[in-house]
Design a protein around this ligand. Structure first.
Ligand code: GUN
Ligand code: ZN
Length: 432
């Protein structure tokens, strides 16, 4: 007999992009809902009143003053940067030299990698994130350690070894050939194993030679379902540097385009300073951008033009970009995303925000047939949010007169404290 569990709570999930379907048709909400899970997948979702009779055999888990939604998706994060979160005073290029490279050097030790992979995944789960697209370090062992831990928890995770063969300390450089063969070895070992996927991961254009980018592009097309994960147009100095390193290319995106690194499952972090033509090209190729507001504000990089990207058909997900990002919490990312929009005279509707943190991320990763909301058949990756998480949140909720206000207040005031429980493939992996 298969084992069924039914979770009773208010339930909300995103079912469409508000830009395409309007706010009201973008979500489904059950005030007294039931989420039925079997064999790690969602079996049914609906009103408790209707479903309880139908699933009498299920183990019932009842929550009060909570909101269940699908697990958050983080479309850009670095696991070797956990210990440098909140490093003072620098913008991108100096921040990399001063803090990031020394921290990544420590991952030459498999023990360190293994410890940090555990810490990192635990922190994601504490924050309600069930899927992430993750940078490792240049060491292939960093990815073995990461996938080993992710597999133990049966998480849907995407990661890759960093490729960089110039403009970085010697101790962190690979070569075009070793980056290719080490990545290939990791793909053979991990890509498609359980819920794990591999991403070909050139750090960014300045730290790869054209030879390395050529081999990265070749590898990206050698296996079905591979991802390509990099950074683009985050910082003005960085963009000038790319122009001087690749004078023969039209611009930053063209460097990646020329080397066969754009298309479906290509995810570019930041994109804060992309021009209209570049947005157009990203849109027509099915590429995605990871919007990383806490990082963009912390490093003083700039404000993302979300409307332009979406008008040009670019898929957009939400990323924390820890350790340049300042929180693992996608609720906190949404708080900062709201402010990024405010500074441009625009609004971020709470349901659009929910979409970005869940279904929009899944679409950016071409995983919306498996994750991103709570439709029957999808992976049972979900989070239980606590309306009583703190005294202040409690008071604020008492004043909120409808779901929109409650959702918005959770995004502005909430963080890991608002996550009561996190489930992955139907199994509780974090409980407060
Ligand atoms: N660009 C190249 N490497 C990095 C990194 O580690 N973090 C951020 N935010 N941007 C980058
Ligand atoms: Zn990053």
């Amino acid at each position: 007999m298969s084992h069924r569990t039914a979770h009773r709570s208010a339930i909300l999930h995103s079912i469409g992009d508000p830009r395409e379907v309007g706010i009201e048709a973008s979500y489904e909400y059950f005030d007294d809902g039931l989420l039925v899970v079997e064999n790690g997948k969602i079996l049914a979702i609906g009103h408790a009143e209707t479903l309880l009779g139908q699933f009498q055999d299920a183990d019932l888990v009842e929550y009060t003053d909570t909101l269940i939604t699908s697990g958050f998706i983080d479309t850009h994060i670095h696991y070797p940067q956990v210990d440098i979160i909140g490093a003072y005073g620098e913008q991108l290029l100096e921040w990399l030299e001063t803090y990031t490279f020394p921290a990544e050097r420590k991952f030459e030790s498999p023990q360190h990698a293994s410890e940090l992979a555990g810490v990192f995944l635990k922190e994601l789960l504490r924050n309600g994130t069930t899927t992430a697209l993750v940078f490792g370090s240049v060491h292939k062992e960093s990815i073995d350690a990461f996938f080993t831990e992710a597999e133990k928890l049966d998480l849907r995770m995407i990661a890759g070894k960093v490729m960089m063969d110039r403009n970085a300390p010697e101790y962190l450089c690979d070569t075009p050939e070793s980056a290719y063969s080490d990545s290939k070895e990791l793909i053979e070992r991990w890509h498609g194993k359980g819920r794990l996927h591999y991403a070909v991961t050139p750090r960014f254009a300045p730290t790869s030679t054209p030879e390395q980018l050529t081999l990265a592009g070749k590898l990206f097309h050698e296996y079905p379902g591979l991802y390509m994960h990099t950074h683009i147009s985050e910082n003005k100095q960085e963009i000038e540097w790319v122009k001087s390193l690749f004078p023969e290319r039209k611009g930053y995106l063209d460097v990646y385009d020329h080397h066969g690194l754009i298309g479906e499952r290509s995810v570019f972090a930041h994109g804060v300073h992309l021009c209209d033509e570049e947005c157009q090209r990203l849109g027509e190729t099915g590429s995605a951008v990871a919007f990383c507001p806490t990082s963009n504000l912390f490093l003083g990089s700039g404000l993302l033009n979300l409307d332009l990207l979406e008008e040009r058909g670019v898929r957009v997900g939400l990323g924390t970009d820890v350790g340049a990002g300042t929180s693992f919490s996608q609720l906190q990312s949404l708080n900062e995303a709201y402010k990024v929009m405010q500074l441009q005279g625009k609004k971020l509707d709470p349901f659009k925000a929910l979409y970005l943190a869940t279904l929009g991320g899944a679409r950016s990763l071409y995983l919306d047939d498996r994750i991103g909301n709570l439709d029957p058949g999808k992976d049972a990756d979900f989070v239980v949010l606590d309306y009583q998480a703190t005294p202040l949140i409690s008071r604020r909720m008492a004043q909120a007169s409808n779901l929109t206000e409650k959702l918005f207040a959770l995004m502005i005031l909430g963080d890991d404290r608002a996550v009561k429980a996190t489930y992955a493939a139907g199994v509780c992996r974090h409980r407060k």
